[in-house]
Every structure is written in structure tokens, then in C-alpha cells.
Design a protein around this ligand. Structure first.
Ligand code: NDP
Length: 473
């Protein structure tokens, strides 16, 4: 259980035959191999009694599905693959892993498995000696409430040092999310206005124009607050609102994020509007009387010196008009309306569009040509690009192998984030129904009491006639 600093020398993934492995992990491994970052045995473990050849075929199929195959990297991937077929509850599975690991001194175990199996696998790794000096990457969801997250942390700490635990939130691996942090702290002009004196409110919308895509059974156990608010959206809020870290290391960043999470006031029922799209209950695996929310809008308060009194409005939902994630920071209007006295005063905003394209921009007022002192809003665009160069999984798995925890979530932060949403999980009040293709139930509008109400992100260029992107929450 010593904190590890050197790079991992074996990559083990549990859940090797699963959906996540197919959609994300094999393509990330191919990219890491292409960059020369994965010169080590790659060991997949699952229950299906596949041969190594079948497993290799699955890897190739996954790469073809993801895009053009890099033949050289694919061949190397296939050469480095091992497959262990065994049940996670069976000790002999770990004994076989131990023998395949042979001389590996710092293996990385990636748990891409149903969360109910996390304790079984962690205990199996510990009892077999496979956890010694190893690292572990844990997929979401990390618990389903505060109590279960604490219990999972205890299980993990029984086998791994905190410095060897990497709780993955693939959102943090997105270039656009990292740019939030960079843009904030690499520019001096932002800091003087980034506080309650100048910011009126902050809005974060993560909208999807598709439904549960056949994963109704999974979604019934989650709902929007568990699926994306507790993790992705609170993480984004933390990066947007935290103070500057005092050092360059992961611990300094984690410390500031934790301080911010601890400043978030636990949500109350009146801060939340929950909705469910019409037809959700007809989905396969969904209960006829399901009260699970497919939409959530909430008003969050952050009780810190910087943010006291500034509402953070967070909204997410399925079957909304567009697929886009966007942050709008709305500044206060000037103290006196000297110009533009006919129209209501307009504020300046900062806009961070995280997907489908990446945009960082600010809106400013300029005078319209002509004799009247009337203005118009213009957008000053600092960055506009189509998508991530590197997939979040490639970035995060590479970081975990090097032992860099900067883009992962600590035990204390994950618990602090659960503490914020815990009071509004499984509320007994019935969810409000909303039309597919609308911006959610009517009650959501009333939550935003200031400014012009919700800012609805525009559709991205990819939206026009494109198939829905695969859901990877
Ligand atoms: P799947 O159900 O598709 O895959 C589960 C995997 O676990 C399979 O490889 C299965 O093996 C294996 N498995 C299950 N039970 C056992 C057992 N008792 N012994 C041995 N192997 C077992 O899950 P996903 O890939 O969809 O999800 C995995 C994790 O990733 C979950 O925590 C999920 O929340 C998370 N996640 C998934 C995303 C996605 O898009 N799929 C997105 C973000 C996170 P076999 O098939 O051989 O039985």
C-alpha cells in the first residue's frame, strides 16, 4: 500500500467483454499504443468463455466501429492482449491473473464493471496479492448516495492507498473542461470580475435530444441527478468556481476543489424541479409508475466569500431540443443605463460551450452605427473548435498509468458532492411530465428568478440530421 510514483507496467481491465470496453476502452488503448504509451501486457477479464482469438476479434471489431483502424497499432494491441475467462466471485480468477501478471510491479486495474461488483473485485485483488503496489481506476457511478459512496471508499481503502485510487469522471478528461480551468487562471482579466460583486448568476445546461437509448433498466437505477449532476455537472461547477490552487500538483487542485464542494449548500426540495419525458414509462426496463427523473433543474448556492448570494442554475435532461452542454456566466448590468434607455439594460456574459463544439466567448455591447446612442451585443470569440483531439478515455487512462491524479476525483470530493445532492435523491413528489423536444417541465422556468430566464444553447452544427451520439455517462 505504498503511494506509487512510477509508471504502471501492466494494464488489467475487468469488464473486458462489456459495452464500455467496446465503445471506449479498446479505441483508447489503440491511441495509447500509437503514442508509444502502452508497452506492457494488456489483460482483459470477464465471464464469457472466449478464446484469445475471439477476444482479439472483439478488439478489432470495436476499433472498426470507432473509426479508421490504425493497422500497426491494432496489430500491437492484439499481440499484447491476454484474456482471462472467470467469475469475479471465484478466487481462481485472481490466481490466474497473478500468474499472467508475472513480474509486473505496478499493475493498473481498471474496473469497468457493474458497480455492485466493485467490492467483490477489490477484495479478490487484495486477497490474491494483485493489489500490492497496484493502481485502481474505478468507473462511475461512484456509489448511489452519500452512504454508499462512503462504504465504497472504505472498501477501496482496505486494499489501496488513496494515492493509488483513480475515480474516473470522463468529463474531466475533455479538452473543453480543462480549458475552463486554464482560461480562468491563465488570464488576469477574469479574476477581478469572477465573484459576487460582478457576477449576477451562472447557468450550466447539459441537454440531450435523445432518450435512454434502450438502457431504461440502467436509467431506472440512476435518474438525471445521479447520472450527470452529482458527477459531471458538479465537477464542472467546481472548476468554474474554485479558487486558484496554490501549487502545480494534483493535491493542490484537489484541495481547492474540495473547499468549493464543501461550500455548496445541500439542495432542498424547493431548489429542484424534476421532470420525465412523455413515453419514458413505455421504455423497456422502465416501471409503469416510474418516478425517476429524466430532467432536473436546480438552483445551487455556494456559501463562500467569493460566491455568497450568486445563484448557480444547473439543468440537464433527455429528449430536449438540442444536444449541447453550455455554461453562461452572466455579469451584472452597469449601475446606470446612460445609453440604451429604451431597451432593458443588457449584461455582459462569458460563454463556455463544452460540446458538441468547443467555444469560449464573451459578449460585449457596442454602439450601432447611426446618430442614436443605441447599442447591440457582439460576441468576442476566444476559441472555437470542432471536438477533442484526444478522447477523454485516452487522456485519463494515460494519466492513471503515470500516476497523475490531477483529473480524477478524490475520496473527500466525491463524498462532498454526494452530500450536496443527497437530500433531493428519490424525492417522493411526482415528477412533472414534459413533451419530447421541449425544454422540460414548465416549473423549471420559475426556478430562474433573475435576468432573462434560462439561456437555451443553440443546436450545434453536428445536430442537423446527425444520429444521436452514443451516450457515455
Ligand atoms: P456491461 O454490462 O456491458 O459489461 C459488464 C462486464 O462485466 C462484462 O464484461 C461482463 O462479462 C462482466 N461481468 C459481469 N459480472 C461478472 C462476473 N460475475 N464475473 C465476471 N465478469 C462479470 O457494462 P458496461 O460496460 O456498460 O459498464 C461497465 C461500467 O462502466 C459500469 O460501472 C457503468 O456504469 C460504467 N459506464 C458505462 C458506460 C457505457 O457507455 N456503457 C459509460 C460510463 C460508465 P460477461 O459479458 O462476459 O458476462
Amino acid at each position: 500500500m505504498t503511494p506509487a510514483t512510477s509508471s504502471s507496467d501492466a494494464f488489467v481491465f475487468f469488464g473486458a467483454t462489456g459495452d464500455l470496453a467496446y465503445k471506449k476502452i479498446f479505441p483508447a488503448l489503440q491511441a495509447l499504443l500509437r503514442n508509444g504509451e502502452l508497452d506492457m501486457p494488456i489483460i482483459g477479464i470477464a465471464r464469457s468463455g472466449w478464446t484469445l482469438e475471439q477476444f482479439r476479434a472483439r478488439a478489432r471489431d470495436s476499433l472498426e466501429h470507432a473509426g479508421p483502424v490504425d493497422e500497426e497499432a491494432c496489430a500491437r494491441l492484439c499481440r499484447q492482449l491476454h484474456y482471462i475467462s472467470g467469475d469475479y466471485a471465484d478466487d481462481t480468477t485472481y490466481a490466474r491473473l497473478r500468474s499472467v501478471l508475472r513480474d509486473a510491479r505496478r499493475p493498473l486495474h481498471y474496473l469497468a464493471i457493474p458497480p455492485s461488483l466493485f467490492p467483490t473485485v477489490v477484495q479478490g485483488l487484495a486477497a490474491s496479492g494483485c493489489a500490492r503496489d497496484a493502481r485502481v481506476v474505478v468507473e462511475k457511478p461512484f456509489g448511489r448516495d452519500l452512504a454508499s459512496a462512503r462504504a465504497l471508499n472504505r472498501v477501496l481503502h482496505g486494499a489501496f492507498d488513496e494515492s493509488a485510487i483513480f475515480r474516473i469522471d470522463h468529463y474531466l478528461g475533455k479538452e473543453a473542461v480543462q480549458n475552463l480551468l486554464y482560461f480562468r487562471f491563465a488570464n488576469t482579466f477574469l479574476e477581478p470580475v469572477w465573484n459576487r460583486d460582478y457576477v449576477q448568476s451562472v447557468q450550466i445546461t447539459m441537454a440531450e435530444d435523445f432518450g435512454v437509448q434502450g438502457r431504461g433498466g440502467f436509467y431506472e437505477e440512476a435518474g438525471a441527478i445521479r447520472d450527470v449532476v452529482q458527477n459531471h455537472l458538479l465537477q464542472v461547477t467546481a472548476l468554474l468556481a474554485m479558487d486558484a490552487p496554490v501549487g502545480h500538483d494534483a493535491a493542490s487542485l484537489q484541495a481547492e476543489k474540495l473547499r468549493l464542494f464543501r461550500g455548496m449548500r445541500p439542495l432542498r426540495a424547493q431548489d429542484v424541479v424534476r421532470g420525465q419525458f412523455e413515453g419514458y414509462r413505455d421504455e423497456h426496463g422502465v416501471a409503469d409508475d416510474s418516478n425517476v427523473e429524466t430532467f432536473a433543474a436546480l438552483r445551487l448556492h455556494i456559501d463562500t466569500w467569493r460566491w455568497a448570494g450568486v445563484p448557480f442554475y444547473i439543468r440537464t435532461g433527455k429528449c430536449l431540443p438540442v444536444t449541447a452542454t453550455e455554461i453562461l456566466v452572466d455579469l451584472k448590468v452597469p449601475p446606470l443605463a446612460i445609453f440604451d434607455t429604451i431597451e432593458p439594460p443588457q449584461s455582459n456574459t462569458f460563454r463556455f460551450r463544452l460540446s458538441p463544439e468547443v467555444v469560449i466567448s464573451a459578449s460585449a455591447r457596442v454602439k450601432r452605427p447611426g446618430t442614436a446612442m443605441l447599442g447591440q451585443s457582439v460576441e468576442l470569440v476566444a476559441r472555437r473548435e470542432s471536438a477533442d483531439q484526444q478522447s477523454p478515455y485516452e487522456r485519463l487512462l494515460g494519466d492513471a498509468m503515470r500516476g497523475d491524479a490531477t483529473l480524477f476525483t478524490s475520496d473527500a470530493s466525491v463524498e462532498a458532492a454526494w452530500a450536496v445532492v443527497d437530500p433531493v435523491l428519490d424525492l417522493p413528489e411526482p415528477v412533472a411530465s414534459y413533451r419530447r423536444g421541449s425544454w422540460g417541465p414548465e416549473g423549471a422556468a420559475a426556478l430562474v428568478s433573475d435576468g432573462e430566464g434560462w439561456h437555451d444553447p443553440a443546436p450545434g452544427p453536428e445536430d442537423a440530421g446527425a444520429a444521436p451520439p452514443p451516450s457515455a455517462h
